[in-house]
Design a protein around this ligand. Structure first.
Ligand code: NAD
Length: 456
């Protein structure tokens, strides 16, 4: 394998040669990526099953389906996205025309996490290719089968000097962060996000940080409880809760708490059976550290449903916990597992104080039939994105930018936002030379008066 330094240098040369600038080149690469995903479909199911015990349904719904949609969308709109945009020019600039050119950044670095290892390595890549960049991908070391497969797929499909994969842990990641990349796209945890930003700042490399946080799920008194319970069950327990936008905890109105939790238990059993860990179709926890971290939370509060664990196979059944508060260990950090604490509120305004404990969540979900309250939540609480009366579905609409705010991240992507993320908007003013208005120059007699009028 080529040394990291050499690899980046080769990509710089490739980029400078200008090959990635044309529509023809980019569309061809996107087609190749699309064929690659289709060609490897059976192996993708296999490797994600080995790493995380993901079922075929989950792989299709949350990894493959999403990527297919993204690449098809990019292929359809690439030409339109690439066009320079003509914008207005003020009268003070008589004779000139103004344009925004869509300039690729150059050589980009994509660092991925383990929870959706294929999706979160390839989705940013679609944006990088569409925008005309080259890319180095560093997938997670915690999902070795999928990361190896990503390397094999990329190696077989693209030239190394255009797109390549570097495997490794945090040391390799840090070595990559020393290189003179032109853009860094990072998906992962808040602590590592800070390291990435610090490293990038030393070379003033622009970054996108797709991070996490504690995403609240609020169920109000007037919510349709059965459907709320069903949609929360799906959002929370898919991939055994190891999803960045999974509902972290539920805040339910005190008047409907009892009824809601009964619905929740029923929906879990309908969707996953009474003992999912025996079904063979339920995702496992990624490693022993995470398993031990999650099971240590089981000593807190009262478990009112689930709680069974299997360390050998790293499985934890869907679990509902009550009687926890913001001092409990489970409420300190993102849970990232199939444990769902239930907290209560009386007045909608209290939601604000709850969310303040873990500010700027990546997602927020609010269940209510009251439009005024829906508006209040949407306008008054800061969060990356979310849903009213649903969970996680905002991610699947590529018309919506996906990203965090504050501690949950910087920047956004999906659909045309992926293209924009990997594109520098270069402003160019084209001036005529057939005349030259004198008033702009300091020796013009009328200059001051004309300028005063123009700027009023
Ligand atoms: P992580 O931050 O531990 O690792 C992410 C990547 O960073 C991996 O490739 C890893 O090798 C690398 N890395 C780890 N330590 C590093 C260091 N010290 N220096 C440089 N690189 C380092 O995250 P994870 O555990 O793989 O993923 C889970 C986290 O990711 C959760 O917090 C989750 O919310 C977040 N996440 C966010 C999104 C999103 O789209 N916003 C999506 C999925 C996951």
């Amino acid at each position: 394998m080529t040394e990291i330094k050499e690899l980046v240098k080769n990509q710089k040369m490739m980029y400078r040669a200008g090959k990635t600038m044309t529509y023809t080149y980019r569309i061809h690469q996107l087609q190749k990526l699309k064929e690659m995903i289709n060609r490897y479909e059976p192996r993708i199911y296999e490797s994600l099953n080995k790493d995380l015990n993901k079922s075929t349904y989950e792989v299709l719904a949350t990894e493959l389906g999403f990527l297919q949609q993204e690449v098809n969308h990019a292929i359809k709109y690439l030409k339109e996205w690439m066009q320079p945009k003509k914008v207005k020019t003020p009268t003070s600039h008589k004779g000139a025309k103004s344009f925004i050119y869509k300039q690729p950044y150059g050589v980009t670095l994509i660092i991925g996490p383990w929870n959706y290892p294929l999706h979160l390595a390839i989705a940013p890549l679609i944006g990088a290719i569409a925008a005309g960049n080259t890319a180095v991908i560093k997938p997670s070391e915690l999902t070795p089968y999928t990361s190896e497969l990503i390397e094999e797929m990329i190696q077989e499909t693209f030239e190394e000097k255009y797109i390549t994969v570097v495997q490794g842990d945090k040391d390799v990641s840090q070595e990559l962060l020393e290189q003179p990349f032109d853009y860094i796209f990072f998906t992962g945890s808040v602590p590592v996000g800070k390291i990435v930003m610090e490293k990038a700042s030393q070379q003033l490399i622009p970054v996108t940080l797709e991070l996490g946080g504690k995403s609240p799920c609020i169920v109000d008194r007037d919510a349709k409880l059965e459907v709320a319970a069903r949609r929360i069950t799906w959002g929370k327990f898919v991939n055994a809760g190891q999803t960045c936008v999974a509902p972290d905890y539920v805040l339910v109105h005190e008047d409907v708490k009892q009824q809601f939790t009964e619905h929740l238990k029923r929906e879990i059993e309908k969707m996953y059976t009474a003992n999912p860990m025996e079904s063979g179709d339920y995702s496992k926890i990624v490693n022993d550290n995470h398993f031990d971290r999650l099971t240590s939370y089981l000593d807190e509060g009262d478990i009112i449903y689930g709680g069974q664990t299997d360390r050998t196979n790293r499985l934890i059944n869907p679990t509902i916990i009550e009687k926890v508060d913001w001092d409990s260990k489970i409420m300190q950090d993102e849970i990232f597992g199939p444990l769902l604490p239930i907290l209560t509120f009386n007045q909608l305004e209290e939601v604000y104080d709850h969310v303040e404990h873990s500010r700027n969540p990546l997602a927020l979900y609010y269940f209510s039939e009251n439009e005024k309250n829906q508006e209040w939540i949407t306008k008054n609480i800061s969060f990356g994105g979310g849903c009213i009366n649903d969970t996680m579905m905002h991610l699947g609409n590529n018309q919506l930018p996906f990203g965090g705010i504050g501690t949950s991240g910087i920047g956004q992507y999906h659909g045309k936002y992926s293209f924009e993320t990997f594109t520098h908007e270069k402003s160019v003013l084209k001036q005529t030379t057939s005349f030259d208005l004198a008033f702009r120059y300091p020796n013009s007699k009328m200059g001051r008066n004309i300028l005063k009028k123009l700027f009023k």
